[in-house]
Design a protein around this ligand. Structure first.
Ligand SMILES: *Cc1c(COP(=O)(O)O)cnc(C)c1O
Length: 469
């Protein structure tokens, strides 16, 4: 399996090479040269595997530079009962016949990002050890991604993690999830400023090419191909549990921000999994809904991004979207490059008049939007009808999923976080505190470990230099 860049200007690479790199050399994103298609009868065989077995069987088709036994070991260490609360790893809850909730949020930080990050942590450790290299992960977070990365990389050899977060601006729960980690390789920097200040410092450290090279600064952001790949597995898993047999199609509803989660569904579908429709839900930040309805992709300015009650979907642009457009444009890298150049100059591109936009329906996508009042109403409705509490992001997906529901086709809604993480909206919707899973009751009272720092690039560089791997 070889990987190419969406902009067509980089050398082909193998999996382990793209694992550790961010953008491709030409500024594009790594994509597999071709998607491996399942042969007839293979689905029935995959249906019988447990989660770890399924993950190995699928990942091997995309990763041919790690030995299958080694990959199986990394997978087994990632998807454990200890980390995910059950041997199923991803339980499917049936709300009523034909309507299901796929539980992706039972990992250490109670959000679906753990599904990819737990594997990524083990892949990083393995590849660094084989190469005799070390890496310093630098990131900025307003909550979810940073904690999932820290929980995946804690205690891993060869990796130090430097995570910037806005001092005093996260919820007590989010703060505790990150700051209570006592592992020596995890460094929480509480920046006196807002999230944008954190992100700005990270950008400026990365802009210093000499520093970046000397200290081997890396990232674990949502464009990492290994994260997409890990997410392909649970689309198969959910399909098998919601369908009677391989002649049945299933629809999936996915709350979306950076287009990473639902793009993994698109890959699963491209491999031959009978997913009929991929139902994309956005919140008030509806960049993607606008594209799928009109063909017009219009990036928002940061001042236009609305702070919502499903904050992990508050995006100005969808960083994985370029991968899908590459496919829509029939792998024409030059054309992708031209479109992304027009984003640089005009902040947008428009495919509405192009023959490519007509292919969108064939790729299975439909979309919709959910705002605060919809989210609150959906949390109430699901609780009243089924006695199940869902988080605000999951509620966005369910709202749009139900709008597109076809009674003849099972609908699987992806649960992307547990309600415990978003207590304020749950209180507003239900007038009570969200349930907390076992082991999280005392989270906020655990001792915390973090360093308060000014939003000062030089101070952050000195901090990293003194502790780098
Ligand atoms: C990150 C996140 C999303 C959005 O996923 P994308 O892959 O960015 O589309 C949705 N819900 C929750 C809870 C998240 O943390």
């Amino acid at each position: 399996m070889r990987y190419v860049s969406t902009r067509g200007g980089a050398q082909t690479q193998r999996f382990c090479d793209i694992l550790l790199e961010g953008l491709a050399a030409d500024g594009g994103l790594a994509v597999p040269e071709s998607i491996p298609r399942l042969a007839a009868g293979e689905l029935a065989a995959l249906r019988r595997l447990d989660y770890r077995g399924l993950a190995c069987a699928l990942l091997q088709r995309f990763i041919d530079d790690i030995a299958p036994e080694t990959l199986a070991d990394l997978v087994a260490r990632s998807y454990t009962r200890e980390a995910f609360g059950s041997d199923e790893i991803v339980p499917l809850k049936t709300l009523e016949p034909g309507l299901h909730l796929l539980g992706l949020s039972n990992g250490p930080t109670l959000a679906f990002k753990d599904m990819a990050m737990q594997l990524l942590g083990n892949l990083f450790e393995h590849v660094l050890a084989v190469r005799g290299e070390t890496l310093n992960i630098l990131g900025a977070t307003s909550g979810d991604t940073g904690s999932a990365a820290e929980h995946a990389l804690r205690g891993k050899r060869g990796v130090q993690v430097f995570m910037l977060s806005p001092h005093g601006r996260m919820s007590a729960f989010q703060r505790a999830q990150m700051y209570s980690l006592q592992d020596a390789n995890i460094h929480n920097l509480a920046v006196r400023g807002v999230f944008d200040d954190c992100q700005d410092v990270v950008k400026r450290v990365n802009a210093d090419a000499a520093f970046k090279a000397r200290y081997r600064i890396g990232a674990v952001n949502s464009i990492n191909w290994a994260r997409v790949l890990a997410q392909v597995v649970y689309y198969f898993w959910g399909y098998f549990r919601a369908s009677q047999g391989e002649s049945e199609s299933v629809d999936v509803a996915v709350p979306s921000g950076n287009f990473g989660n639902i793009y993994a569904g698109f890959i699963a579908r491209s491999m031959g999994l009978p997913l009929r429709r991929l139902i994309l839900a956005t919140n008030e930040n509806d960049v993607l809904d606008e594209f799928f309805r009109t063909g017009h992709y219009r990036v928002r300015k940061s001042a236009e991004v609305i702070e919502t009650s499903s904050p992990s979907m508050d995006i100005a642009k969808a960083s994985n979207f370029e991968r899908y457009v590459w496919d829509l444009l029939e792998h024409d890298g030059a054309r992708v490059r031209a479109l992304w150049e027009s984003i640089e100059t005009d902040g947008e591109f428009d495919l509405s008049g192009s023959p490519y936009f007509r292919n969108v329906a064939e790729t299975g996508f439909v979309s919709g939007r959910s705002a605060h009042a919809d989210r609150v109403a959906t949390i109430r409705e699901i609780h009243a009808r089924f006695g199940v509490m869902v988080d605000p992001h999951t509620a966005d997906g369910i709202k749009v999923g139900l709008e597109h529901r076809d009674p003849r086709v099972p609908l699987v809604c992806l649960e992307t976080a547990l309600p415990a993480k978003f207590a304020e909206t749950i209180r507003e919707a239900l007038g009570r505190e969200p349930e907390r899973p076992a082991g999280f009751e005392q989270l906020e009272s655990l001792p915390q470990r973090y360093e308060v720092i000014e939003p000062d690039v030089e101070a952050v560089k000195r901090f990293i230099a003194a502790r780098a791997a």
